[in-house]
Design a protein around this ligand. Structure first.
Ligand code: ATP
Ligand code: MG
Length: 559
């Protein structure tokens, strides 16, 4: 798998290749236009990889991708979101260079275009309530009916619109509508609202405006101002395209962008809408937008999903016109694939069982030497201290071994990774009858050597040195929802939350993990992929590891 392999030509890339071949365009401009009203999620990553990816791939022609904040709604937007979105796009590996834009910078242009429409008899001020408007609009079988405002003169409309802008009306008292076709089979063309009154402060323009443009009106104009050639959006806007084209055809725009729709990404075991994510955050079901269980980019990052894996996943699922739901296991596969190649190995014991090596003095070691990666010798080795008292996983010992259990048991041998082969001599149980202390002997001469003749040793297990291992807080992160389609859950998606999505345990881990920086990814041998927490891990003080994924998909057998 390589991140650099050329993307297959999907239908959008084919359209673009065609437009270049026929000379319709000699350069290509795309854009990613988030509304700064929440954090980005993996669905946005699909759009980012598409838009920025196209610009990156077209190395023979001038091509670029803009990052544009669609901040036309004053009420829901915050600068925290702007900053998080920028950080997420960069972390994903993309660069807008100097092409960072805010739709609110074009408010004057939107206004001028509206005046232009009014002058041409293509827009009018409407004073009906939204309920009255809805009724007069008709429905799929009944055409709409003219409202009184529709026949108002151009002069009157110009006056009324400037009064709207001057703040002479209250919210909801009037709107500006396009005059298109009240009988259109496409409801979006039945004189849609272009501007509404909102007496609200805007983060960028402050109190300058009290009328704000609607998305369907503003978006094509934003694209046109920026000379965007291909405006890529999700399928729910397909029905809005005739309105997009109408705005472009009837406004004094400097360029003519083309809207093309593709299927949005949906994932199993995940909710993707910002509204629902916001609800999870506000109701404190999660610790914040960057909670490692969320499908937000910052959550996935904190959980240890590498940007490379997310990019590869987006490339692999491709771009189509068909809505569907992608199995989250596909994303997890890419994460394991990248981490398997790149994450250094470390050792940690999650359910510690004490082992005393009784004849340690026969051949004591100060440390075991372990490869940082079994397949990548360039990653070097490390020395892990070891002594006569160690921890192993409870699972790696069975007092009465089952068939096909090849690890430690009475009189059985196993290798300690990087160390000796040991043989269990006896064990002790606690008051509950559970094994709580195992005694073993080392077999001298077996470090780095095959088992001597006559000794059966079929497994190597990880361990932690009791004298030097540190206590790490381990967050066993699992899927946030326990059903495939939380959106369809009875009683709502909150009912589908997985009560075990984050269990916290204390583990014994090798001392090197104490000093590593935040966001250090590793594989704990035989257990899974982990990353030191970006917020709570304090180098040298408190080791906090998030489990990115277990080594194997434990959900696959449940389905
Ligand atoms: P949500 O529906 O999650 O609230 P949104 O569409 O309102 O998201 P925007 O900020 O408007 O969020 O999205 C920015 C861009 O990302 C848009 O072009 C949108 O089409 C795209 N996008 C949003 N969600 C997805 C998704 N699940 N798959 C692919 N693209 C998406
Ligand atoms: Mg949106």
């Amino acid at each position: 798998m390589s991140d650099n392999s050329p993307a297959k030509l999907d239908f959008i890339r084919e359209i673009i290749a065609d437009d270049l071949a026929t000379g319709k365009h000699s350069s290509v401009i795309t854009r990613f236009p988030p509304e700064p009203n929440g954090y980005l999620h993996i669905g946005h990553a699909k759009s980012i990889c598409l838009n920025f990816g196209i610009a990156q791939e077209l190395s023979n022609v001038a091509a670029r991708c803009h990052l544009r904040f669609d901040d036309t709604n004053p009420e829901k937007e915050e600068s925290e979101y702007v900053e998080s979105i920028k950080a997420d796009v960069q972390w994903l590996g993309f660069d807008w260079q100097e092409h960072l834009y805010f739709a609110s910078d074009y408010f004057d242009f939107f206004y001028d275009c509206a005046v232009h429409l009014i002058r041409n008899g293509l827009a009018y001020v409407e004073k009906l309530s939204s309920e009255e408007m809805r009724v007069l609009r008709g429905n799929l079988v009944t055409p709409g009916t003219d409202s009184p405002g529709r026949s108002r003169s151009v002069e009157e409309n110009l006056t009324e619109f400037s009064r709207m802008r001057a703040g002479e009306y209250r919210e909801g008292e009037c709107v500006l509508r396009a005059r298109i076709d009240l009988a259109s089979s496409n409801m979006n063309l039945r004189d849609p609202v272009l501007y509404r009154i909102m007496h609200a402060e805007h983060h960028n323009t402050g109190g300058r405006w009290c009328i704000y443009p609607m998305y369907d009106y503003a978006h094509p104009l934003e694209d046109a101002v920026e000379h965007v050639t291909h405006s890529l959006c999700t399928l729910e806007f397909e029905n809005h395209r005739p309105l997009y084209d109408w705005v472009i055809a009837n406004c004094p725009v400097p360029s003519k962008p083309r809207q093309i729709e593709f299927a949005r990404l949906n994932l199993t075991y995940t909710v993707m809408s910002k509204r629902k994510l916001l609800e999870l955050v506000q109701a404190a079901f999660v610790s914040g937008w960057n909670d490692p269980r969320l499908p937000t980019i910052s959550g996935l990052r904190r959980r240890g999903f590498p940007a490379e894996a997310i990019r590869h996943f987006c490339k692999r699922i491709g771009i189509t016109k068909f809505n569907g739901t992608t199995d989250v296991a596909l994303l997890e596969y890419d994460v394991r694939d990248v981490l398997n190649r790149s994450a250094p190995r470390r050792m940690g014991v999650l359910s510690p069982l004490r082992v005393t090596l009784e004849n340690w003095h026969a051949e004591p070691l100060s440390h075991a030497t372990l490869p940082n990666h079994p397949q990548v010798p360039e990653m070097g080795t490390r020395e892990v201290p070891i002594s006569s008292q160690i921890w192993i996983e409870q699972d790696d010992f069975m007092a009465v071994p089952e068939k096909k259990f090849f690890r430690l048991g009475p009189d059985r041998c196993v290798r300690l990774k990087g160390g000796h082969i040991i043989r269990c001599t006896r064990y002790e149980t606690n008051a509950d009858g559970l094994v709580d202390h195992v005694f073993a002997e080392i077999l001298p001469g077996t470090v780095g050597q095959d088992a001597p003749a006559g000794i059966e040793c079929r497994a190597a297990i990880h361990w932690a040195d009791a004298a030097t291992a540190i206590d790490a807080e381990i967050r066993l992160i699992d899927r946030l929802f326990s059903v495939e389609d939380p959106d369809a859950a009875e009683g709502g998606f909150i009912q589908a939350l997985n009560p075990c999505s984050m269990q916290i345990i204390t583990a014994k881990v090798e001392p090197s993990l104490a000093d590593c920086p935040p966001e250090f990814s590793c594989q704990l041998d035989r257990i899974g992929y982990f990353i030191t927490d970006s917020i709570d891990h304090a180098s040298g003080k408190h080791c906090v590891l998030n489990r990115t994924l277990p080594l194997k998909d434990s959900w696959s057998k449940q389905r």
